[in-house]
Each structure stands twice: as C-alpha cells, then as structure tokens.
Ligand binder design. Structure first.
Ligand SMILES: O=C(O)C(O)C(=O)CO
Ligand SMILES: [Mg+2]
Length: 261
C-alpha cells in the first residue's frame, strides 16, 4: 500500500510552512517533505512533527538562492565550497528532524557553460556528499526535472542521471523519480521505473498537464500505485502537486488508500 507524504512546498499554501504540518496530519498524511527547511529553526520543526505525529520524509540540500531563481547548486563549478558547507547544514537538520533522505538539486546550467564541466562538478559533489551522509545514516537522492518547467535544468532524464551516478561511483546515491517530470521528459513511466527500481530512492507524484492532483490528467495513477506495490516500493510517495482548489478538498484521490491502510 503506498504511503503518502505531503509536500508542503506545494500543499496548504494558504498557511505558513510550519502550520502546514498539522494540516497534513489532520488530512491523514503520515509524513511531510518540502524544498527547504533551512528558513525555520530545526527545533521548532521537530516539535511540530512530534506534536502532530507525522514524520519527516525528505528535504533538499541547501538549494542556493531560491527566491532569486536558483534551483540548486550541485552542478555549478563556482559554488563547490558552498555546496560542501551545505552538507553539514543538511546533516544537522536531518538529524534533528530524523529525516532519512535528502535530495540534491543539480541546478540550472549557466548560459554558455561547458556541459561536461557541469557533469564533472555534479558527480564530484555527489561523491563528496554520499559517504558523509551515509556516515550520518542519511540516504542521498537526486532528481531529473523536466525542461518545460525549468528550461535550463541540468539533469532532465534518467539516462543523464545514470551517467552522473556512474561518474560519481559511490554507494548511497539514488534517483528521485518524480512521475510528473518523467512523464514530460521521457514517458514510459513504469518500464523505466521497473528497470531502475534498485536505483530509485524516492518517488513523487503529480498529474500532467497542470501539475495538479493525481487523477486530474493523463497519468494513470491507479495503475502506477498498484505497480509500486507489485514491485515492492516501500518508501514514501511525495505528493508534490498544485491543488486545483484547496488541498483538503482535492484529496479524494487518496481516500481509497487511507481507508485500506
Ligand atoms: O520536482 C520538484 O520541483 C522538486 O522535487 C524540488 O524539490 C525542487 O523544485
Ligand atoms: Mg519533484
């Protein structure tokens, strides 16, 4: 049975991030995830998790200046020192929040950048991060993101992610498989998921077009959730979608899974 985590960077946008944790718990989510916890005091988040009884499933490594449009710094050659400092920060937060997995955003390719140098930087950064996170008991994933939403995002396909993993050559490095991005970037959702099953460390969902709730678009999530069960996916399924109306009103798609849980 899929276990759903509320992605609080997308869900419950009407209240501040810290209050979204209680809303997710009230709606039946067992876990939460979000882009970045670093703007909040980690002890305040930890208290909210304890009070509401949900667990932290995932957050990203420090992603650079999000408000200024940055979407990660993993591939940026002039940001390696910052990336490495960010690993310590992420470990600090992950320990406080008992978060089992962190996601590395590769970032947007600068105009005119040498793609091979960006690959090398990303692979080196992941090779630096993976063992340090492993020592702290934290799994590392990185996520291909479609280039319709983020036109210059450096890694947009699983083929590219596999090449980066081969270059990094480390354990404790897996792919975050976001079905929405994968539908736009390459399709063939379940055959690819099945082929890469042992190399996938986290899953996220939204429908296409629109990036709204499962069931609002072309992706057959009933089939996908059944396949996750058949294949034995035991991790969290991050609900990273834009609610069509309100989050709570749009949760009908999840009801059958809650009832049978
Ligand atoms: O799919 C996404 O957008 C993400 O999972 C994310 O963390 C950053 O944009
Ligand atoms: Mg995602």
């Amino acid at each position: 049975m899929p276990r759903f985590a509320a992605n609080l960077s997308f869900l419950y946008p009407e209240v501040p991030l810290i209050e979204r944790i209680g809303k997710a718990a009230a709606d039946g989510f067992g876990a939460v995830e979000y882009v970045s916890p670093y703007e909040l005091d980690k002890d305040v988040i930890a208290d909210a998790l304890t009070e509401t009884g949900v667990v932290q499933a995932l957050f990203n490594l420090p992603p650079g200046d999000w408000a200024a449009g940055e979407r990660g710094i993993g591939c940026l050659p002039d940001r390696v020192e910052e990336f490495r400092r960010g690993i310590d920060t992420a470990i600090d937060y992950a320990k406080a929040l008992k978060c089992p997995t962190v996601n590395c955003l590769a970032g947007l390719a600068p105009t005119g950048a040498d793609a091979a140098e960006l690959d090398r930087t990303l692979a080196d950064n992941l090779a630096y991060a993976a063992p340090r996170l492993a020592d702290a008991g934290i799994a590392l994933v990185f996520e291909p993101i479609n280039r319709r939403d983020m036109p210059t995002y450096h890694v947009s396909t699983t083929d590219h992610a596999e090449r980066i993993m081969a270059m990094a050559g480390v354990d404790n490095l897996k792919i975050q498989y976001d079905f929405y991005h994968m539908q736009i970037s390459q399709g063939d959702l379940i055959p690819t998921f099945e082929r890469l099953f042992d190399r996938i460390g986290h899953v996220q969902v939204a429908d296409n077009p629109g990036r709204n709730e499962p069931g609002t678009g072309e992706i057959n999530y009933g089939f996908i959730f059944a396949e996750l069960d058949r294949l034995g996916y035991a991790g969290w399924v991050g609900c990273e979608y834009k609610p069509k109306t309100t989050t709570t009103a749009g949760l009908g798609w999840m009801a059958p899974y809650l009832r049978r849980a």
